[in-house]
Design a protein around this ligand. Structure first.
Ligand code: UD1
Length: 376
């Protein structure tokens, strides 16, 4: 009996995935799952840069979202932008030389995203950027610089909304590099929504469904200026007199309250930063959300919860044109008028922008397998 012909072993695609800060973890989670499902084709190395390191800012997300333990933690920690970026760059370069991956996968727009990208391209390792093409047009935002620079040198640009592709083409990116795949943050939201609904978060915080607001604030433009911070808190304290305002406080904001407001906390329902599932539970039943975050604008759109964005611009315009988001800026009178409008309006019904369907990570892995899979 002759044995069947043995095909030559196919070399797996060695992919090094990078995550560093809280908003990265929700994006990397569905990608790690999709890659694990194709472990016959991909060998994945997960690197945590350590940009965020607290239990509440990092560990709890790995646990809640079922992200595997990172293969490597670079332990860079906090620092100025230059220091943080340089630390990641130096440490990840060594690792890239050691591991020689075929591709580096980065997500979002934090300092770790840009640093890993720079290290990879200098070593001629191609980069795939998830959540490419978002532009606020505001170069004072550190994230905007991270986005523009990462996109300029990435080989695969995976976008979440049509406007992102237009931005990239305008900047001269070749159209064949751009792939409209949907939103990996929404993959995560859809996967965990049922579990979040089982939690007793509202009871623990003494809240009634549909009768509270959620606030998050951490952008330097809002929290690093004492006057700005005080003005925002004044408006929100007035809202808190009629509708409880739950405010999970980001470490940067806690430091600003200590430094600029003499440690006198605002009269709101302050909590520690919450884990992913508790926060999702809170968002789901909120009457309104007030935020300067990027990702929360998208999550509220998917959930159909009104969102007032306390910034002058957004890099995620689909949340305004199709979703529940309103850009209200930071002027107290304008914020107050917007709050009144939401309090007087009936709740919106959830609407999902195109391809925000829970399958974005699968599409990304499909493209990478198609483009890199021929190596053998
Ligand atoms: C970073 C991202 C921002 C993202 C945000 C979400 C950049 C440029 N910014 O901003 O896009 O929206 O994460 O949180 O990458 N700290 C802790 N524990 C931690 C992490 C930080 O106490 O685990 C404190 C440190 O004092 C640190 C400060 O928070 O200096 C800010 O952290 P940093 O990573 O520099 O920026 P974020 O404001 O968190």
């Amino acid at each position: 009996m002759t044995s069947p012909p043995r095909s030559a072993p196919v070399e797996k695609i060695r992919l090094l995935a990078v995550a560093g800060a809280r908003p990265n973890f929700m994006k990397i989670a569905p990608l790690m799952r999709a890659l694990a499902r194709r472990d016959d084709r991909f060998e994945t190395i997960l690197v945590h840069t350590g940009q965020h390191y607290d239990r509440a800012m990092s560990d709890s997300f790995f646990r809640d979202l079922g992200i595997p333990e990172p293969d490597v933690n670079l332990g860079v920690g906090s620092g100025s932008h230059g220091e943080q970026t340089a630390q990641v760059l130096m440490k990840i370069e060594k690792l890239l030389i050691e591991q020689s991956p075929h591709v580096v996968l980065v997500v979002g727009d934090v300092n770790s995203t840009l640093a890993a990208t720079l290290a990879a391209i200098k070593l001629q390792i191609p980069v795939a950027h998830v959540e490419a093409g978002l532009r606020s047009g505001d170069r004072e935002m550190p994230e905007e610089l991270n986005r523009v620079l990462t996109d300029a040198v990435s080989e695969w640009l995976f976008t979440t909304e049509p406007e992102a592709e237009k931005n990239l083409l305008r900047e001269g990116v070749a159209p064949e590099k751009v792939h409209f795949v949907g939103n990996v943050m929404i993959d995560t939201l859809m996967q965990h929504r049922e579990r979040a609904l089982e939690l007793d978060t509202l009871e623990r915080l003494g809240l009634e469904a549909g009768r509270y607001a959620v606030l998050t604030l951490h952008r330097p433009s809002n929290v690093d200026s004492p006057d700005q911070l005080r003005r925002l808190f004044e408006v929100l304290e007035r809202l808190n007199e009629s509708v409880p305002v739950v405010f999970p406080v980001h470490p940067r904001t806690a430091a600003a309250i200590e430094q600029h407001l003499g440690g006198q906390p605002p009269r709101l329902r302050l909590t520690e930063p919450l884990g992913y599932l508790d926060f999702l539970r809170l968002l789901t039943e909120a009457q309104m959300v007030l935020t300067d975050s990027g990702g929360i604008q998208e999550e509220t759109t998917a959930l159909g919860v009104p969102c007032l964005t306390l910034r002058e611009n957004t890099e995620r315009p689909v949340t305004v044109t199709e979703g529940t988001n309103t850009i209200v800026g930071t002027d107290p009178a304008t914020i107050e008028a917007a709050i009144e409008r939401v309090l007087g309006a009936p709740a919106a019904s959830p609407r999902r922008p195109e391809l925000w369907d829970g399958r974005a990570a699968e599409r990304i892995v499909d493209v990478l397998e198609r483009d890199l899979g021929s190596r053998s």
